[in-house]
Design a binder for this molecule. Structure first.
Ligand code: P1T
Length: 398
């Protein structure tokens, strides 16, 4: 079943802007028969739907297969990513595992960016490797290097851009061309920029992955994931997996995400403003040896960032000049930044990838790609930037 696009566009009207779609897509009050006219899509909690005739199911049958609240979100997400279809799952990793990687079989091969969320790498290495699915990691900042790793058994190219946590970019258009030439599925995890700043499907990607848990939810109170695609065939397979494996986003979480997305445009603008202010402060601080933020002119791929995205997001990383003990002491002295995993919420979060989000990687593997014990990752929230900088300043005074 194709994802319906509500509200239907007016004939001949120009495409609506992002902020308008973030608020209205999927939630037009009278798009469904019998609607009370709810301005916000209601939470439908029923697990099953009645039919009047045995052989004639209604539009909805059973919650795992379809749910009106989840469907409203799937429509909204598809609209924002300029996708034809959206699917929502119980976590980002659930979307990856139960639908996307389930496209592969024993003997298949993935070429992946060497810098990825630690949980995704753990999934490749410690779960799917046992099923005979092999992954090669490449520094995909170079598209030719990525192409060199393609083998006859390769089925997928898998990238994040920017990467977690080193903020590396890949040229999504170039990767899409490689995927096209070799008949591969290009997967782009767009969690860090959100569709507000980057639309990988428009750049040629086949599948967009999201951890809804981050900017889409936006308030650190929802765990969810999503896949967005344009191809009918791919959608049919992924939707079949979504229903067969059952890791769907529950209705309450779908509702919270719908609510969160309504402010995505304004949140992302403020995240970016604050991140730029924090990056500029850190770049000038003697206790900081390098800052990794695609929005800073010092970022080696700043031009690529401008060429393929309309903004740079709210996450950055930096290295403390000193020892791992200095990095830990700094983190523990902070008062406003919360020392926690995750990102993309309105509140600023900070963490040490080597002991937190990327602790599941071997130390040698972390060191090979540049995740040192002094690397700090920051998800800059939307508090007053002066308060954020004051907190960093006092904690860096060691
Ligand atoms: O946590 P979950 O919703 O399952 O999403 C996994 C995931 C996928 N992709 C990216 C780029 C991610 O950053 C994540 C989750 N990341 C964190 C929890 C983190 O702190 O980096």
């Amino acid at each position: 079943m194709a994802t319906p696009s509500y509200p239907p566009p007016l004939a001949g009207a120009p495409a609506q802007g992002f902020a308008t779609r973030a608020i209205h897509a999927g939630e037009a009050p009278y798009f469904r028969e019998g609607s009370a006219g709810d301005v916000a899509a209601p939470i439908h909690l029923a697990t099953t739907y009645a039919r009047q005739k045995v052989a004639q199911p209604g539009r909805y049958e059973y919650v795992r297969s379809q749910n009106p609240t989840r469907e409203a979100l799937e429509v909204k997400l598809a609209s924002l990513e300029n996708a034809r279809y959206g699917l929502a799952f119980s976590s980002g990793l659930a979307a990856e595992t139960t639908a996307l990687l389930a496209l592969l079989k024993a003997g298949d091969h993935i070429v992946a960016f060497d810098d990825l969320y630690g949980g995704t790498k753990r999934l490749f290495e410690h779960v799917f490797a046992r099923f005979g699915i092999e992954t090669s990691y490449v520094d995909a900042t170079s598209a030719p290097l990525a192409e060199k790793a393609v083998k006859p058994s390769t089925k997928m190219l898998w990238v994040e851009s920017p990467t977690n946590p080193l903020m590396k970019l890949c040229d999504i258009r170039a990767m899409a061309e490689i995927a096209r030439q070799h008949g591969l599925i290009l997967v782009v995890d767009n969690t860090f920029l959100s569709p507000y700043f980057q639309k990988p499907l428009d750049l040629g990607a086949d599948v967009v992955v999201h951890s809804i848990t981050k900017y889409l939810g936006g308030h650190s109170d929802v765990l969810g994931g999503a896949l967005l695609v344009n191809s009918d065939a791919l959608y049919e397979r992924l939707q079949y997996h979504q229903n067969s494996a059952g890791a769907v986003l529950p209705p309450f979480d779908a509702y919270l995400t719908l609510r969160g997305i309504k402010t995505l445009a304004v949140r992302m603008e403020q995240h970016q403003k604050n991140a730029l202010a924090v990056a500029r402060f850190l770049e000038c601080h003697h206790r900081v040896s390098r800052v990794l933020y695609p929005g800073a002119e010092s970022h080696p791929q700043h031009d690529l960032a401008k060429a393929q995205a309309s903004g740079f997001g709210g996450v950055l990383a930096f290295d403390i000049r000193g020892t791992a003990a200095h990095a830990e002491a700094f983190l523990e002295r902070l008062r406003l930044f919360t020392l926690a995993e995750s990102l993309g919420g309105v509140e600023s979060l900070i963490e040490q990838p080597s002991q937190m989000t990327h602790a599941s990687l071997e130390k040698a593997e972390r060191e090979k790609i540049g995740i040192s014990d002094t690397l700090i990752r920051v998800s800059v929230g939307i508090e007053d930037p002066a308060d954020l900088i004051a907190d960093l300043e006092q904690a860096l005074d060691f």
